[in-house]
Design a protein around this ligand. Structure first.
Ligand SMILES: Cc1cc2nc3c(=O)[nH]c(=O)nc-3n(C[C@H](O)[C@H](O)[C@H](O)COP(=O)(O)OP(=O)(O)OC[C@H]3O[C@@H](n4cnc5c(N)ncnc54)[C@H](O)[C@@H]3O)c2cc1C
Length: 224
């Protein structure tokens, strides 16, 4: 898996801070933006966000390319609705060579790996045969969830916060959790004040998972 931050709102923290201040000032945001001091944007954002005024961080957006991930991952990803997506098409891109992602648990278990590889072989054998008989858009029905794909996703900072809370949690499935952690590591590099406390809920307080909790008081992120 490769996660690339393709594009993001420059000066996102000052922008969000100016937007926040514009709610309480007679001055317009264009003037306030000039006045927000570099080191003070984070504190301003914290103050309004703590009061539940989360919409101010919607002005910052981030676009990622997720490459070589499974269709299983992208199916979970696109359940997040406050986002924009562009995914490699299985109608227009024939996938004649096997290209798939095996979960870590399968790779770590020789017997599971054998069963998995056999299933992939069979799936692609059927796909190649069908592709000679029907359009690839119909042949693709036999391709597995493991099938590799590329997807571009854009989310604003508010939705990313929500996404990170759910998907960096140990309850999230391993592949999407890895993607979420890599995405969080990327946005922390460019907008550290906006994302310093983002991550699973246990980093900020009580685990909301109840009986399903992993039982660890505070989850350590693998990618930082
Ligand atoms: C560990 C885990 C297990 C899961 N298991 C399953 C499962 O078994 N089956 C399954 O179907 N899904 C499952 N999901 C997916 C889950 O139910 C959500 O669809 C997914 O996480 C997207 O999150 P969301 O709906 O909160 O937010 P997003 O779509 O990211 O939206 C963000 C927020 O916007 C608001 N919002 C968005 N759209 C609406 C709307 N139409 N009406 C009102 N408010 C809205 C909500 O406050 C929402 O939290 C699972 C997710 C996780 C993390």
């Amino acid at each position: 898996m490769k996660v690339v931050l393709l594009s993001y709102t420059r000066d996102a923290e000052r922008l969000c801070a100016a937007a926040a201040r514009s709610c309480y000032s007679p001055d317009p945001a264009s003037k306030l933006l000039e006045e927000v001091e570099e080191g003070k944007a984070g504190r301003l954002i914290d103050q309004v966000v703590e009061r539940g005024h989360h919409s101010v961080i919607e002005h910052a957006s981030y676009t990622f390319s997720l490459e070589g991930v499974s269709r299983s991952l992208t199916h979970q990803l696109v359940r997040h609705r406050i986002a924009s997506y562009s995914q490699q098409s299985q109608r227009y891109v024939p996938l004649l060579e096997p290209s798939y992602v095996a979960p870590e648990t399968v790779r770590a278990n020789a017997e599971a790996n054998r069963v998995f590889e056999k299933a992939m072989e069979n799936a692609w054998e059927a796909y190649r045969q069908l592709a000679t008989l029907v359009p690839v858009e119909d042949a693709r029905y036999v391709l597995p969830n493991a099938c590799a794909t590329n997807i571009v996703v854009t989310m604003n900072a508010r939705e990313l916060w929500h996404f990170f809370t759910l998907r960096t949690c140990r309850r999230a499935q391993q592949e999407i959790r890895t993607a979420a952690e890599l995405m969080l590591a990327e946005v922390r590099k460019v907008s550290p004040a906006l994302f310093k406390d983002a991550g699973p809920a246990c980093l900020r307080g009580k685990c909301p998972e109840g009986k399903l909790s992993c039982g660890r008081p505070r989850v350590e992120l693998k990618y930082k």
